[in-house]
Ligand binder design. Structure first.
Ligand SMILES: NC(=O)C1=CN([C@@H]2O[C@H](COP(=O)(O)OP(=O)(O)OC[C@H]3O[C@@H](n4cnc5c(N)ncnc54)[C@H](O)[C@@H]3O)[C@@H](O)[C@H]2O)C=CC1
Ligand SMILES: O=C(O)/C=C/C=C(\O)C(=O)O
Length: 480
């Protein structure tokens, strides 16, 4: 059985406790590798290594740091097929998706911030004949990056890339549910010669190693993506320690479809928004509101499209809908489908676990599910399910659409589908979300601020926001 190892001080090492957790292949339900259960002792070694590496990494000319990161991005590209396969096995996502989305974005994240390192500049404020101020943007020191299981290497690199580009050393913890690509990534760091101690990767559960990372006095900032409950817990520990936090949390994202949309392409994109990655993206549009005149026609077209999604072995190139990430997550999703029916919802398609014959018959598959006849004020429409489940509801006016869209505790992302440009812009102002997509979904430009409002998080990732998060601004005031 393959044993995953921690990456500390430039070396692959076993956990100090000698304890390992089982790692399951999502599509078969079988254990296929072992994950280190790291603890405080491993963390102390990682912090020591990061401290020793910090000064040299921070003082390295930006171009040199950038070149090392560019090599790392190239190495991810070269390993793209292997990484995609590993992601498909660990997470259950279709291999074609893993290659086009996960592998592609993992390299793009590192490359983007490698380039940002050489472009980052700071302000100066002239006081005329009196003097001048200039701002130094200095690395924070050692930072913690904690990432989830839905887009494993994609979100792992999205955090560590800006941290490294700005001269910090990193202690990173991937999700214990999908550790494999972070492990493969640590081997790439060794291959390209990332200086030892600059990146340290500790595997294990939240309580065993995530908590200690958040609590460590020498780790000065935490970037976290995951569930809102975990994010709130992390904030409660970090806040009294006056630690900087960036929290990218859950969503219950509305999709607003108007009668004047481009019908066919909107049906396809709304289905993609709801079911990409088996609905396990924090940005997925799981509450679909449709203007009443096209409600029935849109519903039928959407259900027809969703019923055609090919459910199957994630390693099969023709599969469009893979397995959910774990048994416990599948059970959570199925329990929400049951709840939806108790709340009066009607299932239009899906609604159940699926057995994929052959090697995947014990896998965690749930058919893409569309539900209607539920009001806004029910748990199905208020709580994050994070799976292949969406609800449909008609609306009669722009104002009603806005009020439905804004009517949950979440505020991550929304999409609006209409050819009325004035309406699109007016709604963008009224919608209480960090991201508004107009006639598109998940069209990403890595320079843009990324994150949510309300229970969807605090702070923004991406572009300059991330470079600023991972640096301390120091004002230097000169009197002439
Ligand atoms: N990207 C997103 O928005 C995500 C949302 N979720 C939501 O959260 C629900 C629960 O999923 P989980 O896997 O349990 O997510 P989670 O929020 O527990 O896990 C995310 C990361 O945080 C770590 N973690 C857990 N407890 C921690 C603690 N006390 N201190 C520090 N780190 C900790 C985990 O080990 C993992 O690396 C999902 O059903 C979904 O609704 C989950 C994953 C990603
Ligand atoms: O940066 C992106 O393009 C997407 C990020 C997705 C998440 O943060 C998520 O699903 O948690």
């Amino acid at each position: 059985m393959q044993k995953i190892e921690n990456y500390i001080n430039g070396e692959l090492v076993a956990p100090q406790s000698g304890e390992y957790l089982d790692n399951y292949e999502a599509a078969t339900g079988k254990i296929y590798s072992l994950i280190p259960q790291s603890n405080q002792q491993d963390l102390e070694l990682a912090v020591e290594a990061a401290q020793a590496a910090q000064k040299e990494w921070a003082e390295m000319p930006a171009e040199q740091r950038s070149n090392l990161l560019l090599k790392l991005a190239d190495a991810i590209d070269s390993a793209s097929d292997d990484l995609a396969r590993a992601e498909a096995i660990d997470n259950g996502k279709p291999i074609t998706f893993a290659k086009a989305v996960d592998s592609y974005r993992s390299a793009a994240n590192i490359r983007f911030f490698a380039n940002a390192a050489t472009q980052f500049a700071s302000e100066s404020h002239s006081m005329g004949s009196v003097g001048v101020n200039y701002t130094l943007r200095e690395p924070i020191g050692i930072v913690g990056c904690i990432s989830p299981w839905n887009l494993p290497l994609y979100l792992f690199t999205w955090k560590i890339a800006p941290a490294l580009a700005t001269g910090n050393c990193v202690i990173a913890k991937p999700s214990e549910v999908t550790p494999m690509t972070a492990y493969l990534f640590s081997k790439l760091c060794i291959d390209v010669g990332i200086p030892k101690g600059v990146i340290n990767i500790l595997h294990g559960t939240g309580p065993s190693i995530g908590g200690p990372i958040v609590e460590h006095q020498k780790i000065k900032a935490i970037s976290f993506t995951g569930g809102s409950a975990t994010g709130k817990h992390i904030a409660s520990i970090a806040a009294p320690m006056l630690k900087k936090t960036s929290l990218e949390l859950g969503g219950k994202n509305p999709t607003l479809v108007f009668a004047d949309c481009d019908f066919e392409s909107t049906v396809s994109e709304v289905a993609r928004a709801a079911f990409s990655n088996q609905g396990q993206i924090c940005l997925c549009g799981s509450r679909i509101y449709i203007e009443r005149p096209i409600y029935e026609k849109f519903k039928q077209a959407l259900v027809a499209k969703v019923e055609k999604l090919r459910i199957g072995d994630p390693l099969d190139e023709s599969t469009q809908h893979g397995a959910l990430v774990s048994r416990s997550h599948m059970e959570k999703v199925l329990s929400y489908i049951e709840l939806a029916q108790q709340e009066g919802g009607d299932i239009l398609c899906g609604g159940k676990q699926v057995s994929v014959p052959g090697r995947c018959e014990e896998g965690y598959f749930v058919a893409p599910t569309v539900i209607e006849n539920l009001p806004l004020a029910c748990r199905t429409n208020q709580e994050e399910i994070f799976g292949p489940v969406c609800t449909l509801q008609p609306f009669d006016s722009d104002d009603e659409a806005i009020s439905l869209a804004n009517g949950t505790e979440y505020g991550l992302a929304t999409s609006v589908w209409s050819n009325n440009i004035k309406r699109c812009h007016r709604l963008s102002r009224e919608l209480d979300f960090g991201i508004v997509w107009l006639n598109t979904w998940l069209l990403r430009d890595l320079r843009t601020p990324f994150g949510g409002v309300k229970s969807s998080g605090v702070g923004r990732e991406g572009g300059l926001e991330a470079m600023r998060f991972f640096t301390e601004a120091k004002n230097v005031c000169v009197k002439y």
